[in-house]
Design a protein around this ligand. Sequence first.
Ligand code: AMP
Length: 515
Amino acid sequence: MTTFADLNLSPKVLKAVEEAGYQTPTPIQEQAIPAALEGRDVLGIAQTGTGKTASFTLPMITRLARGRARARMPRSLVLAPTRELAAQVAENFDTYSKHVKLTKALLIGGVSFKEQDVLIDRGVDVLIATPGRLLDHFERGKLLLTGIEIMVVDEADRMLDMGFIPDIERIFSLTPFTRQTLFFSATMAPEIERITNTFLSNPVKVEVARQATASETIEQSVVMFRPSRRENAAAEKRALLRALIDAEGARCKNAIIFCNRKTDVDIVAKSLKKYGYDAAPIHGDLEQSQRMRTLDGFRDGSLRFLVASDVAARGLDIPAVSHVFNFDVPSHSEDYVHRIGRTGRAGREGKAMMICAPADEKNLGFIEKLIAREIPRGENPLGSRPAPEAAPAPSEDEGDRRERRKDRPRRDRSERPDRKDEARGARRPDDAERSTEPRAAETPAAEPRTTEPRAAETASAERRPSEARVQEGRGQEGRDRRDRRRRDDSGPAVVGLGDHLPTFIEKSFEERMAG
Ligand code: AMP
């Protein structure tokens, strides 16, 4: 069996690895580290949880230990798609370089340019940045990329989702072609393949098993959920979630609860809190500082339940999660694999439970096809009868009330003009988040390009950088407003009357029917 000592890392790095408590290298580390130490380009196809961050940081630290940084000319560059991921990479550097004298700077939004300029001016060995912020610094003339010896692109597929590829290409072209490139992506979309063919030179390709095959330690189940009445569906589903959590008891140390929509992330978190569960939401509309606080709390164990949407949670390193609850069946099968991969890590036991409403059975079928196995049907802890809403109505919060109004039966459906549209394939509610604004819309900390530091960083952070550029100087305010409206996840796109039915229509209709 290969050990870290076999990988040619410097003794100081080995010491830090030992202190981190790692015993053996993960497959991606075993394959990528020797190649990276030789100076080869590496193309790593791996997801978070595989140890990929150490697979590039460890050889980088070993190589950078020789040589010195010059003012404004960083020696290495790590690009990450979001602030959280960039911060995570920076933490990894701190852990593994604690016995080596290296300087580093983290260039992300939300931190003043001035502070970052001071660091760059002094000269850094490692620059960790989101693409937008890096280019902002570059354009302000504060940074030279001609001294880059090693460049890392982390989570490239997510950069693609977020519209960062043009920025990545530009950054590549600003660095010397003699640089070493370490490139990581969970998937190889054609666009990613094109980039690697253009900018990587004879890379060593390292592919580690997808989480679907690596997660044998995850016990999966799905509970088929039948609401008593359509209008009770949302509340009963939340009651079922609580019952599932309760049934696990102390075995459920902590959990991530995934919802398909941002609105549901908020509602479920609020509802859980109301019932005395220690829960908090994470999604892209929340303030950066709040997201960081929530994540820190979840990591250090002071928060037990993290209610999340796919995009917000993707790529975040959250170790040791005992349970994953899928409040909704994901409408994209591969998201199921990502979600359940949050538990059962590094050989630990984990449980993944999913609630499947009648409308989600088709998507459940797609997931089972993807993972090539049937997910065992779990028992409904509330029995076969529909779950009652246990909470006394007066304590109901506004979120719940709003939700229930939305779920009111649409008795006049056949009269509504949207029927044909639905038949033609208009969006279904579960697809709302993605189809109104694909993935990027809900990105946790997408970094738009700015020319000046922006006070309301988070509000504009969700925009694709290319969009941000187009908007410069032209009717900015109106566009921003329109953009915000588009990004606002208020459920499915409105077709006809949408979900909102004015009360007076329903009333007169019922009265006439009764008469
Ligand atoms: P990553 O895929 O880089 O996000 O890493 C996932 C987690 O695995 C992080 O919490 C690392 O600290 C941890 N880790 C990385 N390498 C090893 C290793 N060789 N042994 C045990 N844990 C590791």
